[in-house]
Ligand binder design. Structure first.
Ligand code: ATP
Ligand code: MG
Length: 348
């Protein structure tokens, strides 16, 4: 893609809680950086749920998503109570978003971290496993959940991971499952991992049992490069990685499908700080940076990333990452965005 081409349509979900605040500043930054995109706003989340639509997403939103095929989504709130389906699960399953990609890296010495050398990407299978939604009530006192693992599902996620590693110059892929106990399901995942790893001799591969792998990840995250794992384990270890990487407000993620992708922050709608102009927009901004790279606007992506890093380097931090030793100024959401816009064109 290049700048003379048509604007790229993006379906934009403003979300709930801090969602609208962080989306607003993210779009301002993208615009100031010259992103060649056309935002198409979609209705999804709390208001749709409360209007009586238990799916949380309107028919019109599906049409816009089907047309744009790229979504930038702020966090949404699922109302408490029976009958409200999780939008995240609905979107992943309906759109076939098979891979969930979460890069977490320390920004030492700009942002306080216990793991200055951490730079890991967790790639989680997003549709199968215990999250496939196959649950049964056998009797009043016995319930069952089926773990679904398929060869095509394993092949798709493992191949995606090695292609990702190659494309982003990563050196090593670690597979984490529990095939010593679940010999058939996790065994298949691991077997497919070894088969496909053999096709990528340029990338080191290693295998770890998930429990010890998770323990090592928490203690020595710098030893990992790219991790591929199944849905449930991936959910857990990507939260661990994000947490030890600093604030949950910092990391973005991509949900990748065939010809369709959804980019979002890893955190939730943070109702406790909504409407106060204090939220850190970095998670959503990082998701947007990855989105720009995905649609081929890598120059703009780099420009935004550099301005963001320069801002952090200057010690201009939002409240969640503010630390007396590392920070110089505590900024609101909108001030932080302004600080980034002022630095567009700078390199950290
Ligand atoms: P949800 O149910 O919407 O997923 P949650 O309760 O799981 O929400 P989050 O919304 O992710 O959790 O928030 C967890 C904590 O992290 C909250 O105290 C919140 O204030 C804080 N937090 C989350 N995102 C941010 C952010 N972008 N900036 C600052 N603080 C944040
Ligand atoms: Mg949450």
């Amino acid at each position: 893609l290049n700048k003379t081409q048509q604007k790229v349509k993006i379906a934009i979900a403003q979300g709930d809680g801090i969602g609208p605040e962080i989306m607003d500043v993210t779009l301002k930054i993208l615009k100031a950086a010259g992103a060649n995109i056309e935002p198409n706003f979609i209705e999804l989340g709390e208001q749709v749920y409360l209007s009586g639509n238990t799916s949380g997403i309107s028919t019109k939103a599906w049409d816009i998503i089907g047309d744009a095929k790229i979504i930038l989504k702020a966090p949404v709130t699922t109302p408490q109570g029976k009958g409200y389906k999780s939008l995240n699960v609905t979107l992943r399953k309906s759109l076939g978003l098979f891979a969930n990609v979460r890069p977490v890296n320390a920004l030492h010495p700009f942002v306080k971290t216990n793991f200055p050398d951490m730079d890991v990407v967790i790639i989680r299978e997003n549709e199968e496993d215990l999250y496939a939604g196959i649950e049964h009530q056998q009797t009043d006192d016995v319930v069952q959940c089926l773990k679904l693992i398929t060869r095509p599902g394993c092949e798709r996620i493992v191949r995606y991971t090695f292609e990702y590693a190659r494309a982003f110059g990563r050196k090593k892929v670690t597979c984490m499952v529990k095939d010593n106990i679940m010999k058939l399901t996790d065994g298949l995942f691991h077997k497919v991992f070894l088969e496909i790893a053999a096709e990528y001799p340029d990338i080191i591969n290693e295998s770890q049992i998930i429990d010890i792998g998770a323990a090592h990840l928490a203690a020595h995250p710098e030893r990992y490069d790219v991790i591929v794992t199944s849905n449930l384990y991936g959910d857990i270890i990507s939260d661990i990685a994000a947490e030890i990487g600093g604030s949950v407000g910092m990391a973005g993620s991509a949900n990748i499908g065939k010809n369709i992708a959804m980019f979002e922050a890893i955190h939730g709608s943070a109702p406790d700080i909504a409407g106060q102009n204090v939220a850190n927009p970095s998670g959503l901004l990082n998701a947007a940076i990855n989105m720009l790279a995905y649609i081929g606007q890598t120059e703009v992506a780099d420009k935004v990333k550099n301005a963001w890093l320069s801002t952090l380097e200057a010690g201009h931090h939002t409240a969640d990452i503010y630390d007396n030793k590392f920070s110089i100024k505590k900024l609101s959401t909108s001030e932080f965005a302004e600080a980034i816009i002022e630095r567009l064109g700078e390199k950290p």
